[in-house]
Design a protein around this ligand. Structure first.
Ligand SMILES: Nc1ncnc2c1ncn2[C@@H]1O[C@H](COP(=O)(O)OP(=O)(O)OP(=O)(O)O)[C@@H](O)[C@H]1O
Length: 256
């Protein structure tokens, strides 16, 4: 991962919900190039942190800097061009055709591709004339990601983009995102720890709103990983990788 000046930076980022900090004084420096996986148990604050980094939520304390400038003070169109955001759930108000929806999302963005080309690249041409609501969750996710990628944002923040994908498409997606990290900054919230450690050069582990671990594949061996997820991980050597097999802790309840 590059050591140049951060492209995106979180400083003391805090957001409270129902009197509890769900993102708690998070500091993070993310360079212009790199693929970062954001992992953590359910409710750890991954989606909230991504929304804060995208400027979609305003923090109660702290700030986000994009190329050193305060994101909150930046006009929304500038943010929208700089930061591509793929939400966990996307349901348009209007049930448009897939090609209409992709066209609308490309409007005003500097994309060299039109909707037809975006859908073709994603292997989704056959869905162009279908209404969005008739696509499966995985087909929607693939169309959405292809659309976001077509706008080529310097920063891409994706919230569990592979959650609805079958194993082949999930692998293709993770490989594409990791490859994109060689040219741009990509931050992906995800649950699959094996994919995160195998494909992403940096893994940020969030626990109850705080960064518990932040580093490369060596974190696989950190005992803190077991504590964060409330399981015992068996490290299984499958050269060249180490895979994690989770075992439930006997007789110990993990506090949520
Ligand atoms: N609108 C809201 N109102 C109240 N609490 C919220 C709201 N949105 C999120 N939360 C709470 O904030 C915490 C963090 O939620 P967040 O969605 O960021 O977690 P996450 O790590 O993305 O979880 P998951 O892996 O389950 O998607 C959770 O405890 C959640 O219940």
């Amino acid at each position: 991962m590059s050591t140049s000046a951060p492209r995106l930076q979180a400083q003391g980022l805090t957001l409270c919900r129902r009197g509890r900090a769900v993102v708690d004084a998070v500091g993070l420096a993310l360079p212009a190039l790199g693929a970062v996986a954001l992992v953590g148990p359910n409710g750890a604050g991954k989606s909230t942190l991504l929304s804060l980094l995208a400027g979609l939520l305003a923090p109660q304390a702290g700030r986000v800097l994009l190329d050193g400038a305060d994101l909150a003070a930046m006009p929304v169109p500038c943010r929208a061009r700089a930061i591509g955001y793929m939400p966990q759930h996307f349901a348009p108000h209007w049930d448009l055709r897939v090609d209409e929806l992709v066209s609308m999302r490309l409007e005003g963005q500097q994309s060299a591709l039109d909707a037809g080309a975006v859908l073709e690249q994603a292997g989704l041409s056959a869905f162009a004339a279908r209404h969005w609501s008739t696509l499966s969750g995985g087909e929607q996710a693939r169309a959405l990601l292809a659309t976001v990628l077509a706008t080529d944002p310097p920063v891409l923040l994706a919230d569990e983009p592979g959650a609805a994908l079958d194993v082949r498409h999930r692998l293709a997606l993770v490989e594409a995102l990791a490859a994109r990290g060689r040219e741009r900054l990509v931050v992906v919230a995800m649950h699959d720890l094996d994919l995160a450690f195998q494909h992403f050069e940096r893994v940020v582990v969030l626990d109850r709103g705080r960064i518990a671990l932040d580093g490369g594949a060596h974190l696989l061996h950190a005992s803190a990983l077991d504590a964060v997820f409330g399981v015992r991980f068996e490290r299984v050597a499958v050269p060249p990788h180490t895979l994690l097999r989770a075992h439930r802790l006997q007789g110990a309840a993990h506090a949520d």
